[in-house]
Write a protein that binds this ligand. Structure first.
Ligand code: WTA
Length: 664
């Protein structure tokens, strides 16, 4: 464990950053532009003239068993179909294609474990493992169309599991390892998963969390779930239920080594990924095969300027979020990239681990979340400065708005002032990056995701008139279908139409974010307009957290909001009313936090709990969260006359002021 480094030199850095704050635009460095895959801005006009031609040229870069008849079937919006008539397989594109072309020895992942273990996995090895697991899944009765849950941490088997499912046409449903077993159960139930792949235990900063044991506590009576496949990862003891549970290594060893990739319809479901919406019930985003792969491969290549022979790429997200699906697994593997895969947290064994990994593997492209950068800013520039980061040539961010100061720090301290930064805006729903700089073309402005990717059309609409705005703040929409768009919400078609297309009609996708467009047409994404909060880039719904809180026996009612937070972007604040005469104290706070951790996951625990006898409600009984947000942020309250009991807000304001004073 390294000691806390000295902070000498931090004043000079502060001065340099302050000077950079005055710079409005950062042009692509000449050296970068000269080598870039895309350097001619004409690509935008070309794609705009013929978007379908642009996307079909991208699709041609993939391997198809049968070519499509039609690029886009838009006869029934918002149910778009892409590359109809074509047949394709995602695992074939990620693996076989490279091995057949003689690139089997290329490393797909430099995997690094928490305790310093290293495994280099080549494309050929990955293909061999995937074929065996695919056969083993078939032997368990998993076939085309059967949903397979995957609840596995950042170990190579998670990629093998996803690709084995893709190989046989079984849509996977990955659940982020930070979610609780309860959340896994719920997602298995909603998707009627037939099997679940999980681990005995997972590494958590030097400790081991017993994963299978927790799964067993909640999964017992789920009838649709016929098999649980257990990866022996950490040797954590767990019990195995006869007739349901099998060990991964045993079924793989018994399986046939050859499993040809199944030719699947371009619109065959590749995966479901649950994400948070406005209600407590998560939404099952459904992605299909041909269009999704086209979108992720093209954006991965061009946004990251990927040269697969030379680059070492690292997306430091977790595979359990969409960023991991698209930019750890499908995009990079389709493009034959060599990636780094890190098992652990950014501060274990110490706060320099990321930079040690960049140096160790010669990472040239780094993609991470602003929340991680903010943490690094706080920990100090001394950590990265201990390492040679000269291999880096491009930096990316995703998941939340990046404040200019963190952007500049990333640019200066990590990128040495020579690396373009791509601030990429997109969503689980969009499948791939939608608004982003092209690093060899676009002049960047810190804090702006800049412009739609070629072929994508975005607009900012006036909130009251619904008209597109040339300049100003409004609602972000996407006004043209794109290949990697979600196809529906799994088993909730009406909710799909209602959520995204009720406001502006079936041809205009409502993003759910507010954004500003500036005089140069640059887009600045501000944040969600719905009841979704973004904590460290993790998407959560306030309703989901509220229903977890009220599950605590002492709680009568709860309202949750996202409050601006310097570290995590937003933090969860809960206003809680207890049953009867109960008084809130530290033990109730801990109890509530534990309940939330159990029902959703630790990352969803409220940072602050504010006790209240009542909540501000309209006369019809609806909780006015807007007022709660104003109260928490210390803003002037607008009109409160529509409230059932206006005195409630005054009391709450007092309470919040007291708390803030106490917290200093
Ligand atoms: C937010 C993550 C500002 C946004 C890929 C969006 C961003 C939500 C950015 C989707 C960005 C993502 N700048 N905000 N570059 N990228 N967001 O589904 O609010 O987990 O709607 O997908 O994250 O989160 P999701």
């Amino acid at each position: 464990m390294a000691t806390e480094p000295q902070t000498a030199g931090s004043e000079q850095l502060e001065r340099e950053l302050a000077e950079l704050l005055a710079v409005e635009r950062f042009e692509p460095p000449r050296e970068f532009r000269e080598q870039a895959l895309l350097k001619d801005p004409a690509i935008y006009a070309e794609a705009e003239r013929d978007p379908l031609g642009f996307w079909s040229a991208q699709a041609e870069q993939l391997h198809w068993f049968r070519r499509w008849d039609r690029v886009l079937d838009d006869s029934d919006p918002p149910f778009y179909k892409w590359f109809t008539g074509g047949t394709i397989n995602a695992s074939y594109n990620c693996l076989d294609r490279h091995v057949e072309a003689g690139r089997g020895d290329r490393v797909a992942f430099h995997w690094r474990g928490e305790e310093g273990e290293e495994r280099d996995i080549t494309y050929a090895q990955l293909l061999a493992d995937v074929q065996r697991l695919a056969n083993a899944l078939k032997a368990l009765g998993i076939g085309k169309g059967d949903v397979v849950g995957i609840y596995v941490p950042m170990i190579p088997e998670v990629v093998v599991s996803m690709l084995a499912c893709a190989r046989i046409g079984a849509p996977h449903n990955v659940v982020f390892g930070g979610f609780s077993a309860e959340a896994v159960r719920e997602r298995m139930e909603f998707s009627q998963a037939k099997a679940l792949i999980t681990v005995d235990g997972a590494a958590r900063k030097g400790k081991t969390a017993p994963v299978k044991e927790r799964v067993d506590e909640v999964m017992g009576d789920l009838e649709t779930l016929e098999a649980i496949v257990v990866i022996r990862s950490k040797g954590t003891p767990c019990s195995m239920r006869e007739g349901r549970d099998v060990y991964y290594d045993e079924i793989v060893a018994a399986a046939d080594p050859d499993c040809p990739a199944e030719p699947l319809d371009a619109e065959h479901p590749l995966y479901i990924l649950y994400t948070s919406g406005s209600t407590a019930k998560p939404k099952g985003i459904l992605h299909t095969t041909g269009g999704y792969l086209t979108g992720v491969a093209a954006t991965h290549r061009y946004v990251f300027d990927l040269k697969p022979d030379a680059d070492t790429y690292w997306c430091a997200a977790d595979v359990g979020w969409v960023t991991g699906h698209s930019y750890i697994v499908y995009g990079p593997l389709c493009n034959g990239a060599t990636s780094v895969m890190w098992e652990g947290a950014p501060d274990y064994p110490d706060r320099g681990i990321w930079w040690a990994l960049v140096e160790r593997y010669g990472v040239s492209i780094l993609y991470c979340a602003p929340t991680a950068i903010r943490a690094c800013v706080k920990w100090g520039a001394e950590w990265p400065r201990r390492h040679d980061l000269s291999s880096l040539r491009l930096l990316g961010t995703v998941g939340e708005p990046i404040n200019p100061k963190a952007w500049l720090w990333y640019h200066k301290v990590i990128g040495g002032g020579r690396c373009p930064i791509v601030d990429t805006w997109w969503q689980t729903e969009t499948g791939a990056i939608m608004i982003t700089p092209l690093p060899g073309i676009t002049a960047t402005k810190p804090g702006s995701a800049t412009q739609p990717f070629p072929g994508v059309r975005a607009e900012v609409r006036d909130e009251s008139t619904g008209q597109p705005m040339q300049e100003g703040q409004g609602l972000l929409v996407l006004t043209r279908p794109w290949p990697s768009m979600l196809r529906t919400l799994y088993r909730e078609e009406e909710r799909f139409v209602e959520t995204y297309f009720a406001r502006f009609g079936p041809e205009t996708y409502l993003v759910g974010d507010a954004a500003r467009v500036d005089k140069d047409g640059y887009v600045w994404v501000i944040g969600r307009i719905d009841d979704v909060v973004n904590v460290s880039g993790h998407r959560l719904s306030t309703a989901e957290v509220e229903s977890a809180i009220v599950a605590h026996a002492d709680v009568a009612e709860a309202a949750v909001i996202g409050q601006h937070d310097e570290d995590t972007g937003q933090a969860i604040v809960a206003f809680v009313t207890l049953q009867g005469e109960l008084e809130g104290d530290d033990s109730v706070v801990e109890g509530i936090r534990a309940t939330v951790a159990e029902r959703i996951g630790k990352f969803a625990r409220p940072k602050r709990i504010i006790w209240t006898d009542d909540l501000p409600k309209t006369r019809s009984g609806k909780i006015m969260r807007r007022l709660l947000r104003d109260i928490a942020e210390g803003r002037e309250l607008g009109d409160v006359t529509t409230l059932r009991d206006p005195a409630v807000t005054a009391k709450l304001k007092e309470r919040v002021a007291e708390l803030q004073a106490a917290e200093g």
